[in-house]
Design a protein around this ligand. Structure first.
Ligand SMILES: C[S@@+](CC[C@H](N)C(=O)[O-])C[C@H]1O[C@@H](n2cnc3c(N)ncnc32)[C@H](O)[C@@H]1O
Length: 362
């Protein structure tokens, strides 16, 4: 005879499907990461191929590869058109590296072994127990140093940013009247997807793309864009009317984020605007993508984090800015617009330069 607690538990218990979905999401993520690493979608772009041919071209074990393909087929990636012969599907087409809207770099960056994020998740327990960066445990350096040392990972990261940008960038470009600024500096702007989309939408605006030289080597060209390399912990270009920092502060601790903000504040003219683009963590419980990107940041970069509007407002106030406006875009990015508080920049002097930056100078 069951007691009422047992009956209640049975009624509200999630079905086995719920638990299976969690397990499957982990397995499938692993399989997709490897499929992209092996460039299976690229190999099938010329037409169907038998598994023995795919195995020869990918230097893999034929039967093991067949089992991988069969499992991927069950998710809609690839199709077995004859026994052990596989073809591309509409979905796997987007895992090709050379098509518009390709997700290959993104999958490689997040799910491919050896590129940073995938490896970092294997050390989630270490990070949760110690509060320390998982990547540093695995590779002995932070994410940025890891990318500098590892061209493949750097390419995958830049490609992933471009893929994410395909969704978020147009939303940011159209959610705000960027045309009010004659010159916009995109600080830590990566390869320039965002600033180029803004310039395309606002023909009287010119742009400055500021980032590290190894990133700017792949910068997208634009006739109204000047490319400047440097270190935002030290200084940023002067004389822009707006300074955009999209997904920059979330890479850093509060102390480092404030150093970047102070560096921008010292370079900019008092009338210029500062515009942060971030995944904002909403106040209170409930599902939100930013709560997961926050974990990703925690694993990859020392003290990196997503923040609430209130947390960003506090950093801004500490570094000589006044929050003016919060603008939601049609995508997951929120814009936080601030102005200088009018005090002299010397009153917000740079106080912290991160360790790697200080070492690099020495
Ligand atoms: C997460 S990415 C964001 C890129 C771009 N803003 C976007 O939204 O796609 C952070 C950027 O900060 C740049 N960065 C990191 N450290 C830097 C430094 N010390 N000086 C200048 N840029 C830096 C990285 O190279 C990278 O492009």
């Amino acid at each position: 005879m069951q007691n009422s607690t047992e009956i209640l538990h049975k009624e509200i218990a999630p079905g086995q499907d719920t638990w299976n979905r969690l397990i499957l999401s982990y397995w499938q993520a692993n399989a997709v990461g490897l499929a992209v690493k092996l460039r299976l979608a690229d190999l099938l772009s010329g037409g169907p191929l038998p598994v023995d041919e795919l195995a020869a071209r990918t230097d893999t074990h034929e039967y093991a590869l067949y089992r991988l393909m069969r499992a991927l087929e069950s998710t809609g990636l690839f199709r077995e058109i004859a026994p052990r012969v596989f073809a591309q599907t509409a979905m796997s087409e987007f895992l090709r590296s050379d098509v518009p809207g390709s997700q290959a770099s993104s999958m490689l960056h997040y799910l491919g072994k050896g590129n940073g994020p995938y490896d970092a998740w294997t050390e989630l327990e270490f990070t949760v127990r110690t509060g320390k960066n998982a990547l540093e445990k695995i590779y002995g350096c932070d994410f940025w140093e890891f990318l500098r040392r590892n061209t493949h990972a750097n390419d995958a990261m830049n490609g992933a940013m471009r893929s994410l940008s395909n969704v978020m960038t147009p939303a940011v470009a159209t959610a705000y009247d960027w045309g009010r600024f004659p010159v916009i500096a995109d600080i830590g702007g990566g390869v320039g997807s965002q600033i180029v989309a803004i310039l395309d939408n606002f023909p009287t605006t010119t742009g400055i793309l500021f980032d590290q030289s190894h990133v700017l080597a792949n910068a997208i060209g634009h006739e109204r864009l000047t490319v400047v390399d440097g270190n935002f912990f030290e200084s940023v270009p002067q004389n822009a009317d707006a300074y955009l920092l999209r997904f920059v502060l979330h890479d850093w601790s509060d102390k480092e984020a404030m150093t970047i903000l102070r560096s921008v504040r010292q370079s900019m003219k008092p009338s210029a605007s500062l515009i942060l683009g971030e995944f904002i963590i909403p106040d209170g419980p409930g599902p939100d993508f930013s709560k997961w990107t926050d974990l990703q940041m925690m694993l990859l970069c020392r003290d990196a984090r997503e923040r609430t509007v209130r947390e960003l407002e506090a950093l801004l106030a500490e570094t000589g800015f006044r929050l003016e406006e919060v603008v939601k875009t049609g995508g997951p990015v929120t814009l936080v617009v601030a102005q200088s508080d009018g005090l002299h920049p010397a009153e917000t002097a740079v106080t912290a330069i991160p360790q790697w930056s200080a070492q690099a100078k020495g």
